[in-house]
Each structure stands twice: as structure tokens, then as C-alpha cells.
Write a new protein. Structure first.
Ligand code: P53
Length: 481
């Protein structure tokens, strides 16, 4: 298939997060993060979040694919595919093991120095997420995560240390990964990963939603302060928001469905709206007041939000969302899950994620129209089971099909719609631990890692068919699909 060439300097590459691949969870002074108390789950069974690390339970992030000790070999393979950029996160607990210390852990800082140097050796630009589902467990237990205003200081200190240390090695940053996931405020997993909130028994949906708006606000302030400080440390830094974007489709053309789709979209866009515009959007402001939530928002906070707006919009795209007003109308919308309907025109992955390549083009247009900022696709991909043949080969044509169709739509958005796009970083170029389920067998990689859900395997890396396909795509700057 022939595609369109992307602009010069387009950042082709891939994206990962520290806790999902590094392993070495207690090595060189690293403290436990919230990801370290999450057990393995499956497509049907959610991950359990335990209080402490309990004997006899499988915590897949503890060892993951041991990137901590294999990164040279892994970066070399990514360089062989022609990567221009590699997105990873800095595990907060390597730098501040408990999160509230005043002095950072030098061994943790050194690891990322070495990793970033290794990337630059091959001309790969590292792209960094500061907080990717890895809050220090101590902050979760002692402070209630981001329900505490104190978490702002802890995050900003962490951000400043990273900005100063890596100011000549990193240009592209993101503050909080998929900050909008918590719009699903009654999802225990998403609240723990986004904001370090563990709900107590007996809390109502209203309590949870109020907690979410408070935590989100403190994150907005923390992010804005980080943007301000970052620009002082290096004016060339590009610091973005990072959202899990999913364009919303009304199930039918009825006004009820369309109004519901708008309300749903407003509730989700809220997070990037605040980070891009530096103020609360009208619709969500009105909603918070009407519900009687009273988040602590000071006049000083409002100034900070205005001063610390982001430079670009980074987003993940996996699927679109279709809504139906059958169970809930726009004016009653609170639990977003109640609005979600199955789109009968789309196929689904083995984990039930709808596959909608055109949705990516729709996303690029929507975000461009709304924000007038450069966009950066920092995640996209298909989680799938792979089969290793007797000779060791892996024929992942389903993954190639998925990526090809999404890249084709992305290229149309640049070619026909004039979208200003910085790059394309598909998720998990090397197999890693799934965030949602903790599985290894939900695979995204071009590079296979021999390890299964039970944690067994040699950790040996090998190339799937998609490896050479993606290499060709990059070599041709997107023309040869
Ligand atoms: P996994 C939920 C919904 C959409 C994206 O997800 C999500 C999540 C959290 O599971 O996460 C992002 O591994 C996230 C990555 C994650 C990736 O999507 O559940 O930024 O950490 O691995 C894929 O298949």
C-alpha cells in the first residue's frame, strides 16, 4: 500500500512506560510504586491492588521484561528499525523512593542518564513522561495520592530535578499520562493509576467523583507549575499534556444521542481543555457547581493554570467511543460508562477494544480544531496474542493490518486536513506488561519477549514479522505501508 510521506523530521518510533518494562522494582534504591502492588489479571479478571506486597502473589511489574538490565540490547533493536524517537517514563520511585524526600536518589538519576545516552548514540530522541501510573506507594498510603495538596510539591520537586538533570538530553516532555482516564471516577484501577487514590469501602459514586475533581485540580496545578519551571530551566523544552483520546460517536442521529455525545466529550476534554487554555471550560464548571462539589481551587491556582499552559497535545488513540441515550440523557450524565454502547459497525480485539482506524483521523481533526496546537500521537496499537512457530518466527499480520490502517488515516489527516503532527509512537514496540490487565500475553511489540502471564520464560528477544514491516515504513518516511 502506498501512503503519503510525512514532513521532514517526523518522529517515528515507539512508546513505553518504566513500570511496564524495567523490572528491577527494588534495585538501586528504588521504592515501591502503586504499580508494584498490582497483581496479574486477565481480559475478564481485573488486577487486584493489595496494601503491601503479599507473599505468593504474582506482581508482574516487579520483574517485567528486565529492561533495566537489557536496555542496551533493546535500544539497539529499536535503532535497527530506524526509530527517531523513543518515549518512556522516569519511574518517580527511582528518583524519590518514597516521594516526599528532599534529596533525590543518585543511582536512579544515573540509570536514566545512561539510558538517554544510549538513545542519543543512535540518533534516537528520548521523549519523557514524568508520571505514568507510577505514583510512589508512600504518597498513596500516607497522603491519599493527589487528593492532598501536598502532592503538588512532591511532583514539582520531582519534575524540577528531572528537568535540571536532563536539560541537555531531553526536549519533549509530558507531565501526567492519560490524565483524562479518571473521568471514569468509579473505576478503581484508573483512579489508582492516575491519582494514587484507593477508595475506601462504602464511598458513594458522588464521593468518588468529588475526590476525582479535587485530585484532577491538584494535578492541573502541579502540571502547570512544572511547565513554568521547565521553561525557566530550558526555554526550548516542549512540554505537553497527555490524554487518552477517544472521539465520541452518537449511536443514532437523534438529538438525545447527539447531546449526550457532546456532554460526554466535554467531560473527557475537560482535562486537556484546562491544560491547553489555562482555565476551566464552561460546561464542566457548571456541572461541578450544579453537583455541589466544592474543590479547593484558590485564586493563586487560577493564575498558575494560566501561566503554565502546555506546548503541544500528546495523546494515545486506541478506539473510538459510541454513546446511546437509552440508559442516560445528557443532563443526567455522571457515570460515563452508562452512556457507552457497542458500535455495531466495528470489529473488536480479543480484549474487546473496538478497532476504528478512521477514528484516528477524526481525533486528529477534532484536537486540531479545538486546540490549534501541534499534536503528537504517543500511543496507538493492538494488544494481541502471538503464536511462536516451530522455527521461532512470529507471523503477526493482524498487527501489521491494524497499524497500517491507522497510519494510513493519520497520513490523510496530515496530507488532506493540514494537521500539524509531530510524530507517531505506537505503544509497546517491545512486548511488555499490560497496564490494564498485568498480562504479558497481551502483546503490542514488534519485538517478542519470551515471557508469559505466569511469569515464565527466558526473556529472550526476537523479531516478529511486523519488525521489518515497520522498518520499511520508517525508511520510506511513511510512504511504503
Ligand atoms: P493495556 C485504559 C484505557 C486506555 C489506555 O493498555 C490505557 C488504559 C489503562 O490500561 O492505557 C494506556 O496495557 C497506557 C499504557 C497502556 C496502554 O494504554 O491495558 O498509557 O500504559 O499499556 C495499553 O493494553
Amino acid at each position: 500500500m502506498t501512503g503519503y510521506k510525512m514532513p521532514k523530521g517526523f518522529l517515528w518510533g515507539g512508546a513505553v512506560a518504566a513500570h511496564q518494562l524495567e523490572g528491577a522494582w527494588d534495585v538501586d534504591g528504588k521504592g515501591p510504586s502503586v504499580a508494584d502492588v498490582m497483581t496479574v489479571g486477565s481480559a475478564e479478571r481485573p488486577r487486584e491492588i493489595t496494601d503491601t506486597v503479599e507473599a505468593g502473589k504474582n506482581y508482574p511489574n516487579h520483574d517485567a521484561i528486565d529492561f533495566y538490565h537489557h536496555y542496551k540490547e533493546d535500544i539497539k533493536l529499536m535503532a535497527e528499525m530506524g526509530f527517531k524517537a523513543f518515549r518512556t517514563s522516569i519511574a518517580w520511585t527511582r528518583i524519590f523512593p518514597k516521594g516526599d524526600e528532599l534529596e533525590p536518589n543518585e543511582a536512579g538519576l544515573k540509570f536514566y542518564d545512561d539510558l538517554f545516552d544510549e538513545c542519543h548514540k543512535y540518533g534516537i530522541e528520548p521523549v519523557v513522561t514524568l508520571s505514568h501510573f507510577e505514583l510512589p506507594l508512600h504518597i498513596v498510603h500516607e497522603y491519599g495520592g493527589f487528593t492532598s495538596r501536598k502532592a503538588i510539591d512532591f511532583f514539582v520537586r520531582f519534575a524540577q530535578v528531572c528537568f535540571k538533570r536532563y536539560k541537555n538530553k531531553i526536549k519533549y516532555w509530558m507531565t501526567f499520562n492519560e490524565i483524562d482516564n479518571q473521568s471514569s471516577f468509579n473505576n478503581d484501577f484508573l483512579m489508582a493509576t492516575n491519582s494514587g487514590i484507593l477508595f475506601k469501602d462504602g464511598m458513594t459514586d458522588e464521593d468518588k467523583e468529588a475526590a476525582m475533581y479535587q485530585a484532577a485540580h491538584y494535578e492541573f496545578v502541579a502540571s502547570a507549575l512544572a511547565v513554568k519551571e521547565g521553561h525557566k530551566i530550558n526555554p526550548n523544552f516542549q512540554i505537553g499534556t497527555m490524554i487518552n483520546y477517544s472521539p465520541v460517536r452518537p449511536l443514532t442521529p437523534s438529538s438525545d444521542d447527539v447531546l449526550l455525545a457532546d456532554a460526554f466529550e466535554q467531560r473527557r476534554d475537560f482535562f486537556s481543555d484546562v491544560q491547553v487554555f489555562g482555565e476551566y471550560p464552561k460546561a464542566v464548571g457548571a456541572y461541578i457547581r450544579r453537583k455541589g462539589f466544592r474543590p479547593d481551587i484558590t485564586e493563586e491556582d487560577k493564575i498558575v493554570l494560566k501561566e503554565g499552559t502546555v506546548d503541544y497535545v500528546g495523546f494515545s488513540y486506541y478506539q473510538s467511543t459510541t454513546v446511546s441515550s437509552e440508559k442516560v440523557k445528557a443532563d443526567e450524565l455522571s457515570d460515563l460508562a452508562k452512556a457507552v454502547a457497542v458500535n455495531p459497525t466495528l470489529k473488536r480485539s480479543d480484549w474487546g477494544w473496538e478497532i476504528d482506524p478512521e477514528g484516528l483521523r477524526i481525533s486528529l481533526n477534532h484536537l486540531t480544531d479545538r486546540y490549534h496546537l501541534p499534536l503528537f500521537i504517543v500511543e496507538n496499537g493492538l494488544g494481541a496474542y502471538d503464536k511462536v512457530e516451530a522455527d521461532g518466527s512470529i507471523h503477526d499480520d493482524y498487527r501489521i493490518d491494524y497499524l497500517r490502517s491507522h497510519i494510513a488515516e493519520m497520513e490523510k489527516a496530515v496530507e488532506f486536513d493540514g494537521v500539524d503532527l509531530m510524530g507517531y509512537l505506537p505503544w509497546g514496540p517491545i512486548d511488555l506488561v499490560s497496564a490494564g490487565t498485568g498480562q504479558m500475553d497481551k502483546r503490542y511489540g514488534f519485538i517478542y519477549v519470551d515471557k508469559n502471564d505466569a511469569g515464565e520464560g527466558t526473556l529472550k528477544r526476537s523479531k516478529k514479522d511486523s519488525f521489518n514491516w515497520y522498518k520499511k515504513v520508517i525508511e520510506s518516511n511513511g510512504q511504503d505501508l
